[in-house]
Design a protein. Structure first.
Lengths: 135, 107, 355
């Protein structure tokens, strides 16, 4: 992958992970049972963003985990904040486990890409010529 | 009067306030958007740019923020800081259905 | 030469600390690993150096790991944080993520888990541009400082000056010992000092011989004082306290419950005339106030969204609300515990009397 594309993909994945954090923040909101109509709308938007971004990322790289099915299953298991707020503790924890597994999986992928970015950068014939000076 | 009518430009149609969201990365590139396709991309970019700049400048002024809510008469913009990027929600406000949020449960 | 990113590792078990230090030192990005075996030591290191990542155990002997993280998240919101724990408790995990921590990891027990853990750590490092010169809160609030001194079991004397007034707070081994100002001592003096919304403070050497007059714990006294301040700001003038009468509009707003600072500005956005209460360096914030209102006002016109009513900002340290009428601009800082709707409603009331 060309360096510029790799840089763009890393930025995209970083952005994606922050959106995954937002998903968890909404789950916590549901648990607290303090949410309104606007929060419901925003939760819906976050899920749409996650699904859309997933397609963009999968178009750029092939990954074995987390799978598209894992992600769609999780999103499908969280139809609304109202639904989540009415789940019992065990069910909500199970949902969080699913989220966590996906979240960690994406972090691992991002880490692999950053290592690749580093090793590609080290291999570049220009790496020595244009090394950044320390602050 | 006739000449005036012939040469006067038709007023541009009023912009429909959109409902939806988008994310921008830490370089300001729009990553994804759920906004209607007829809403100008340049405006989306501008909204994202303003949100990011506000977060950055607040941080520089020793006031780190993670969420920004901009209240207009007819629109509410909510921006969540994403480590340099932003997730932005746009929701029109009408007299009939004012946008409500956490701390004001209505369901 | 590229600057190596710094990781701070906090665990009370020295053997585990060494094991993880060696593991992390092998990361491809070759970060600099620093270690601490106690919360106070970790706090001191965070204060002294610009770390990129903080990895913390949950079970610590003197300071609760969650407490450490809560303070670290507020003081250094840009710092990446990871919990690395042997605790297997979903509830803890939820609480950790609710604090905004980046990752929660149970200590890896297999090669595969270790590999994945290292990949996740690497994901938090890398070429993300760091904001030059900003590591966290440079201007601390007095409450933050007292909490930190107490939690880190430090010994010091805090001298606070507020115009012609001076106060001292003595801390020994993390416990509040005494306070003094305006001819009073003990808890009463402590409350008076905390009621000052503005001031400068310096940290002086401890005075171990200072007799103890404060018996309550730091947290209990801080909470009590905060509650008492809220009640007195709710409208009643403390008896015999003529000085509580607001001398200016700024003071009127500053005395409202949960207001942390007030900033009023007018004139050119780039070099405004500003006055404030509760802020150490208002100039930069005054410029931000003007620029933010200007840019969103212009945006509102482009969007044909109607007049800009208010901008609310939520942060881990404090919330803010901004508003303008003509050239007159107002920024009020609110306690971080208020939600967005509460900030907006309270600001509306302020605006009604201000503009």
């Amino acid at each position: 992958m060309k360096p510029r594309k790799l840089d763009a993909l890393i930025r995209q994945l970083e952005n994606y992970l922050e959106c995954w954090k937002q998903f968890n923040a909404f789950v916590n909101l549901a648990r607290s049972k303090k949410f309104g109509a606007e929060d419901e709308n925003q939760f819906l938007e976050v899920k749409s963003v996650l699904i859309q971004e997933l397609e963009l990322i999968l178009a750029a790289i092939e990954i074995s985990s987390p799978t598209k099915e894992d992600i769609h299953t999780l999103i499908g298991n969280a139809p609304s904040l109202r639904y989540l707020s009415e789940l019992n503790d065990a069910a909500l924890r199970n949902l969080e486990n699913q989220w966590h597994k996906i979240y960690i999986g994406w972090h691992a992928i991002l880490g692999q890409l950053k290592v690749r970015q580093q090793t590609d950068g080290d291999k570049s014939p220009l790496a020595g010529l244009f090394a950044r000076s320390g602050k | 009067m006739v000449l005036k009518k012939l040469f006067s430009r038709a007023a541009p149609p009023p912009l429909r306030l959109p409902s939806g969201s988008f994310t921008v990365d830490r370089e300001g590139t729009i990553v994804v958007s759920t906004l209607p396709s007829d809403f100008p991309t340049a405006l989306v970019r501008e909204i994202g740019h303003h949100a990011r700049e506000t977060f950055q400048e607040a941080r520089a002024a020793q006031l780190p923020l993670n969420e920004l809510i901009v209240h207009y008469g007819g629109l509410k913009i909510v921006a969540r800081e994403l480590r340099g990027g932003a997730l932005v929600f746009l929701s029109p406000v009408t007299p009939i259905s004012p946008a409500r949020s956490a701390g004001d449960p209505s369901l | 030469m590229e600057t190596r990113q710094k990781i701070l590792l906090l665990d009370d078990e020295p053997d585990l600390l060494e094991l993880y230090r060696e593991m992390l030192a092998q990361l491809p990005s070759r970060p600099e690993i620093h270690t601490a075996t106690s919360g106070p030591r970790a706090m001191a290191l965070l204060e002294a150096h610009p770390f990129r990542l903080f990895i913390c155990d949950l079970k610590l002997p003197k300071m609760d790991g969650l407490q450490v993280l809560s303070i670290v998240r507020r003081k250094y919101p840009n710092l990446r944080t990871v919990v690395l724990t042997s605790v297997s408790d979903d509830q803890f995990r939820s609480r950790v993520y609710a604090l905004g921590v980046d990752l929660y990891w149970q200590k890896p027990s297999s090669e595969q888990e270790t590999r994945m853990f290292l990949e996740c750590i690497e994901s938090l490092l890398g070429r993300e541009p760091e904001e030059a010169g900003f590591r966290g809160v440079q201007s601390k609030s007095l409450v933050d400082l007292i909490q930190l001194e107490c939690l880190s079991q430090s010994s010091s004397t805090l001298r606070i000056t507020n115009g012609p007034l001076t106060g001292n707070i003595w801390i020994l081994n993390g416990e509040l010992v005494d306070a003094e100002t305006e001819g009073v001592t003990g808890e009463e003096a402590f409350r008076k000092i905390l009621a000052w919304k503005a001031g400068n403070f310096e940290i002086l050497p401890p005075e171990p011989e200072r007799p103890r007059q404060i018996l309550k714990s730091c947290n209990a006294l801080l909470l009590e004082t905060a509650q008492a301040l809220d009640e007195s700001a709710g409208g009643e003038t403390p008896p015999g306290d003529v000085g509580a009468r607001p001398a200016s509009r700024l003071a009127t707003v500053a005395q409202l419950p949960e207001v942390e600072f007030v900033l009023a500005a007018d004139g050119p956005v780039g070099s405004p005339r500003a006055e404030s209460l509760g802020l150490e360096n208002p100039e930069r914030l005054a410029v931000w106030l003007g620029r933010t209102l200007e840019r969103f006002s212009a945006l509102g016109e482009q969007l044909q969204a109607g007049p800009l009513e208010q901008v609310v900002g939520l942060g881990l340290q404090r919330n803010v609300a901004l508003a303008a009428r003509g050239e007159s601009r107002l920024c009020v800082g609110w306690r971080y515990s208020l939600n967005a709707a509460e900030v907006r409603e309270r600001m509306k009331k302020v605006m009604a009397t201000w503009f």
